[in-house]
Design a protein around this ligand. Structure first.
Ligand SMILES: [Zn+2]
Ligand SMILES: [Zn+2]
Length: 340
């Protein structure tokens, strides 16, 4: 029997189980191992029966529980080499901060320093104290020193990091077994054939997948700025399509994110909006899928009903698609297994 179970979907963690023949694959491990196991049991999946983990890209919401889960189960992890390297860099304490967090830290440090400078300008008697503070911080607010400072403090954190060969128990990036695949080159994991394809997203080597088993094709594509012609091609003939419907454009534009983050989400390497997903369903989608699952909904910039209405409207425009079942993958609980 073929089974597709979304354990979690959204910017706080993504994970799906694909089962076919005798093989079970965990696609991304974006929740802690403990939470993944809890959700697997909720969904009637036995963690002990997983054969492999496969990773779409190295963003935290896709790899949070990866190392612990792979180690606990003793199963191989499938990556592209670039994704594996990026993941290792992320895991080493020196780089534990995300770029967005680092920017935010620099911004806060600069704002605090400007406020401090302002206070000093208002109170000349505090000057001696300030020059001490300045020499401790060691650089100008907006100069290249900001980067050095962020790097320097991260370096302190990495002082205890393991050097030498990667060893179990010492190295946070140690995995029981690593298998590399290449985007565009299909391969098999047990009874499931896997076709990885490149998507447009701000990660090292991000991919979507088409899994096939027992004659059933399941496509999984989230975290993409737009649907390229090749992605459209890959999604043809899918019996199940898990498609990103990340944000509502108006909610994102009017929402709480800083402008730079909004720009990133909207960019060609960001995330797919409800509108873009609907546009695909209305125009390029072949209508083959029995199930369309909308996923990776933003908690801040979307509402499940908006995503659903947008997709329903797109599908209702085409009478031939009325048989398609539309589901929403959620962040906080597993979606009931889809069976074929
Ligand atoms: Zn993501
Ligand atoms: Zn991502």
């Amino acid at each position: 029997m073929v089974r597709f179970t979304v354990l979690a979907s959204g910017s706080r963690g993504n994970s799906t189980i694909v089962c076919g023949g005798q093989t079970r694959i965990l696609v991304d491990a974006g929740l802690s191992c403990r939470e993944l196991f809890r959700r697997m049991r909720l969904a009637g999946e036995d963690p002990g029966k997983l054969d492999a983990i496969i990773v779409t890209h190295e963003h935290q919401d896709h790899v949070n529980g990866l190392a612990v889960t792979a180690r606990k189960l003793g199963i191989p992890v499938y990556f592209t080499e670039a994704t594996h390297r990026a993941w290792m860099r992320w895991l080493s304490p020196r780089r534990r901060m995300t770029y967005a967090q680092w920017l935010e830290q620099c911004r806060q440090q600069n704002a605090a320093r400007r406020a401090e400078m302002q206070t000093i300008a208002d109170e000349p008697e505090a000057e001696a104290e300030d020059s001490l503070a300045d020499s401790e911080n060691g650089s100008q607010p907006d100069g290249p020193g900001a980067e050095l400072r962020a790097d320097g403090s991260a370096e302190t954190l990495s002082a205890g990091a393991p050097q030498g060969p990667r060893e179990k128990g010492k190295d946070p990036a140690w995995l029981p077994s690593i298998e590399y695949f290449h985007s565009g080159e299909p391969f098999a994991i047990g009874d499931i054939s896997v076709c990885p394809f490149t998507i447009s997203h701000d990660a090292a080597d991000p991919v979507g997948f088409v899994f096939a088993a027992e004659g059933v094709r399941m496509a999984l594509v989230t975290d993409l700025g737009y649907i390229s012609p090749n992605v459209k091609l890959q999604l043809k003939g899918a019996d199940l399509l898990l498609l990103e419907s990340n944000h509502d454009l108006d909610m994102l534009r009017d929402g709480p994110y800083p402008w730079a983050v909004k720009q990133r989400v909207l960019s060609r390497v960001g995330h797919l909006s409800n509108e873009a997903a609907a546009d695909f369903l209305e125009s390029a989608y072949d209508g083959n899928a029995t199930y369309i699952v909308l996923g990776h909904l933003s908690e801040n910039n979307n509402l499940p009903e908006l995503a659903r209405i947008s997709a329903e409207r797109a599908l209702s425009g085409r009478a031939s698609l009325l048989a398609n079942r539309l589901l929403l993958a959620l962040q906080h609980e597993p979606l009931a297994s889809i069976l074929f």
